[in-house]
Write a protein that binds this ligand. Structure first.
Ligand SMILES: [Fe+2]
Length: 412
């Protein structure tokens, strides 16, 4: 079936975020924006590393300049924990926060989203886990308004209505959020996203690489997912080319503002794209690994790195199920597929993504990042719990996930 034959003529598409303020220096607009929103007692949610940088200083200067009161909650951990969400929500209620600012990478913004939900809705954050579309109705009350300020280019969470939070008893990642159930209905998407690429120029090479591969994984997953739409396809086709062209530059020369701008754009667009078409097997596995290997005592495997470790194997598994799209992915990754049969061209996406991963120096096996072989069955089981399992273009199950994990363990 070619692309035109399967064009989805009926679909819904949610532009997740209210307003996007994009551009170098835009963070200075936070104060005036908060003032215009009539938001008082902002809770600025961030992590310890950002709290020590001049990025927090820029945020505070803007808020002080506009005479907007705020409190800083700087306790976010990587792979955000439900316990930190609960703690932040207690502070939000105590300080009568009128809005939440999520400042940092995906962990800070997702923690901020979780706080915004349970600051206004009764219950714990675990009560809002989404395991089926029926769960979209769990959130009855509008969350606190959110202003998202990403400081990495990967998560895209500033552009959508999803948050991923770790359940600290099951050590599994929960999906929180979902599209509004009626126009104007409760939704955790940011009211404003301030995408200031200047905030990413000091991001170290490893984090640049890892988050950049997360952004690529969002577009790959979204583009090949069963629920892909013409709009998400167009967004992801454009963005995969951006990442292939600009991630190696941002990795090599972090101060290249154009590369940082293009990566921040591709990341934001990833969040918008997958919010509508879903993620698929790369993220089922990546989130499952992050549940177990997201926090000590096990070695911490960054989310983007986890996705990167699985992507070649998932592409290889999926490519002949949808050779048209995978041949396109190969082209977007710079592979010359002219003259090849469709199936051979489709398979070349694996070579393309390996070249991209190699160009930014990321590890290529689970073994190399400290994952224990005996944990693979537990990771496979968690992957089957993921809300996106049915979105993968080729059916997956426990045995298939375990096979993909064993391949990724040995690596390439
Ligand atoms: Fe991701």
């Amino acid at each position: 079936m070619n692309l035109m034959e399967r064009f989805r003529r009926q679909f819904a598409f949610n532009w997740g975020v209210g307003t996007i303020e994009f551009g170098a220096g835009k963070v200075a607009q936070l104060g005036p924006i908060a003032k215009a929103m009539k938001a008082r007692n902002l809770l600025v949610v961030t992590d310890k590393a950002i709290a020590k940088t001049d990025i927090l200083g820029k945020v505070e200067d803007s808020l002080k300049g506009a005479k907007v009161s705020y409190t800083v909650f700087g306790e976010v951990e990587p792979n955000p924990l439900d316990t930190i969400v609960e703690k932040g929500a207690a502070i939000a209620r105590e300080t009568k926060a009128g809005a939440i600012v999520g400042l940092g990478g995906g962990s800070s913004i997702d923690t901020a989203k979780g706080i915004s939900v349970i600051a206004t809705n009764p219950g714990s954050i675990r009560d809002f886990q989404i395991t089926s579309p029926a769960d979209f109705l769990k959130m009855k009350i509008h969350p606190l308004p959110l202003i998202a300020i990403p400081t990495t280019s990967g998560t895209g969470t500033e552009g959508n209505f999803w948050a991923i939070v770790t359940h600290t008893e099951k050590w599994n990642k929960m999906a929180i959020g979902g599209p509004p159930q009626y126009p104007g209905g409760p939704c955790i998407a940011a009211k404003v996203s301030i995408n200031d690429p200047q905030l990413t120029v000091t991001l170290p090479p490893f984090q640049t690489a890892s988050t950049g591969l997360d952004a690529f994984a969002h577009h790959y997953d979204s583009y090949t997912a069963n629920l892909a739409t013409p709009i998400s396809d167009a967004i992801s086709e454009y963005s995969m080319k951006l990442i292939r062209n600009f991630l190696p530059i941002a990795y090599t020369n972090g101060k290249d503002l154009e590369a940082r701008e293009m990566m921040m754009l591709a990341s934001l667009l990833g969040g918008i794209s997958f919010a509508n078409s879903d993620c698929s097997a790369v993220h089922c596995l990546g989130e499952a690994l992050g549940g177990l290997y997201g926090n000590p005592p096990r070695p911490v495997v960054a989310h983007g790195l986890a996705c990167s470790l699985f992507m070649p194997w998932v592409m290889e598994f999926n490519c002949l199920t949808d050779p048209v799209k995978h041949a396109n992915v190969a082209r977007f990754l710079g592979e010359d597929v002219s003259g090849l049969t469709l199936n051979v061209a489709a398979h070349r996406c694996v070579d393309g993504v390996k070249r991209l991963i190699r160009s930014v120096g990321l590890p290529t096996s689970l073994e190399a990042v400290g994952v224990k072989k005996e944990d693979l069955p537990a990771v496979a089981e968690r992957a089957t719990w993921n809300v996106s399992v049915d979105s993968n273009p080729r059916p997956v199950n426990l045995d298939i996930f375990l096979d993909l994990l064993n391949k990724a363990y040995k690596g390439w």
